[in-house]
Structure formats: structure tokens, C-alpha cells
Design a binder for this molecule. Sequence first.
Ligand code: GLA
Length: 387
Amino acid sequence: MSSRGADQAAQWFAEQYDDAPEGVWHAPGRANLIGEHTDYNDGFVLPFALDRGTFAAAGPHEDGVLELTSRQEPGGAGGTRTVTIALDSLAPGSVRGWAAYPAGVVWSLRQAGYPVPGARMAVESDLPQGAGLSSSAALECAVALALTQLAGFDVVRQELAAIARRAENDFVGVPTGIMDQSAALLCQSGHALLLDCRSGEADSVPLDPALSGLALAIIDTRARHALTESGYGARHIECEEAARALGVRTLREVPGTDSLAALADPVLRRRARHVITENQRVLEAAALLRRGRVAGIGPLLNQSHASLRDDFEISWPEADVAVDAATAAGALGARMMGGGFGGSVIALLPEDGRAVREAVCAAYRDRDWPEPGFLDAPPSSSARRVL
Ligand code: GLA
């Protein structure tokens, strides 16, 4: 995490409100090593925090008013646009655009019995938006931590993750699972987070690829997605239908792929097969990492991608090309990451990943696609106060 981001957020706050902030809070974006579309099926995920994220500089305001500004939004950098929200009038659907995320956090905190007072905030982010790195969860979690700490509420992080998720599900109206907020609030540096989304049990698993001469990289395919518009919700519904047809509450309850013969609909069978096999891959990956066998997870990443592409059908051409080019050029494994239909690929590379980068860029050039972006992805720390 750059201390520059914290300073910039503080400076942005001072310029907007003519006052110094009381503090600056940071929440990271996340990568997901493996375990895609398993969280809302009560399954397992294995995300880790990135060294980039969202900074929220915050200070008190007159009671009942939230005033917000973001450097990344239109009218933001160089402009003076702030959004002012009366907290008593907050209701799902009452705020639109980026401000719905922080406003939703206030609403959700109040619903949970934490009557946070008014606040001023200036938001700064060094995460590419729409790249599938959970910029929205980072925003929610930075705001949630800032508001609760400003008000002196000591909220357990698991509870704060659930509150932030509720803001996204019920206030913004996007039916996501608990992975992104949990990653932003619970991950440890040098570790991935093995989260059982049914029990809430969270275990840190060592993830230090450099010890094995390897590196994790994010390839931003430049294809953009928005969970509100994508087929994300449709997949969620299909999984519920598959569970219902199998007579279980969630797909987590299905013991193995043998049970899927009972599903008449071939589409639902494929969707369920992805979820069941992906849960198994997460547990295998965590077991390998616990034994320090980082290279061993490469084939699991490739299998995950094939399953997301063929069974869950949420991959996109730029991701498939990046995965194929990366693995052909020496990546140990690669897969699409996040909600699907756009965003990023995660790849496990030899420490000098130059050959892979060049191969992916060449494959994009051949197709006249915009050059992909590359981000190092060292497993980093979760949200905290930084100034
Ligand atoms: C998005 C959601 C998560 C999760 C992933 C897919 O990132 O926010 O809850 O469902 O997609 O694994």
C-alpha cells in the first residue's frame, strides 16, 4: 500500500472541506486465488488482499449529514463536486452512483444498531475500476471502518464484513456474496484467507510465492464488467434453482458430482458441477499451500478456468486468450477471476514473468485488442487506519 495514497486522500479532504481530516482509513482490493461463485453457495473461497485499494479521509460533520467526494468520479479531481446526504432519509434506492456504496454502509450500520453520526469524507483509490478487483468492497470497508472508529464503536471484523455486504445487497441492490468484504477486512500479509462461507470460519493460509521462486500477477484484460448489468445475478438464481431441484438448501450440501445425474436440466447440471468441483479445488489448493507447495496449485487454477468457461459460462474472449497465451509461455497456471464477463485474470508465474507478459501482449496485438495491464499481486494486509 502506498503512503502516497493516504497523503493524497488527506490533501483532497483539506482542499474540499478547508479542514484537516481526523484520520485516513485504507481497505485493499482483493484477488481471488481460487473459489469463484462459491461464496453465495455457502462454499469455500481463497482470496488475498492486494497492495492497492481505497483510502477514506474522514472527519466529523454536523449530526445527521454525510458529505462525500471522490477523486475518481466525474467532477472529482480538480473539481469541487461533493455529494451531501441526509442520514435520516436513507432508504434502499434513495442514492445512486458511487455514493450509494458509502451511503449504504451508513444505512446498514444503523440497521445493525450502530447509529453513526454525520461525517465528511474524501475518497481516493489506486484500484482500476471494473477490473474485478473489488473496488466497491474496498470502498465499503474503508468507509465502514472509518465511520465506526470515528464514532468509537468497536465492531468485530466478521460483523463489519456482513454489514458492508448488506449495504451492497440490500441498499445498492447487487446480490454478491461475502468474499470481497471478508478479504478486505480479514486478510493477512503473506497469506490467503480460507473462508468457509457457511460457517464463517476464516483461516489464514501461508501464500508467499517468492519463497518458491514464483510470483502472482493480475492481468487486466481491459474488458469491463459491471455486476449490476452482467449475468452475475442470473448465475446466482440458476444455482438456487439447481439446489432446489436437488432438494438441498444450497449447493454446498451436495456431496459430489455423482448426485448431479438427478438434475434433468443440462444447464443447471453444468452450473452445479462448477460449484461442487470448485469447492474441492479450493480445499486442495489450501492443503497444498499449507505444505508450502505453491507450484502445485498451477493445475488447479487451469481447471478452475476451464470450469468457469465451459460449465459456468462466464468467461470472456480476452480472458481465454490471456490464460492460453500465459500458460503456453510458461505460467504454471492462470484463470479468470471475479464475477465474470470482464475484468482480470490471475496467473502464477516464474518470478521473472517477462516471457509471459510478452506472450499475452503479442496475443492481444494480433487481435487488435488494447494492451492488457499487469499488476504485481503480493498478498497484503487487510483494512486499517493509516493516518
Ligand atoms: C464478485 C462478488 C463475490 C463473488 C465473486 C465470484 O466478486 O462480489 O461475492 O461472488 O464475484 O466469485
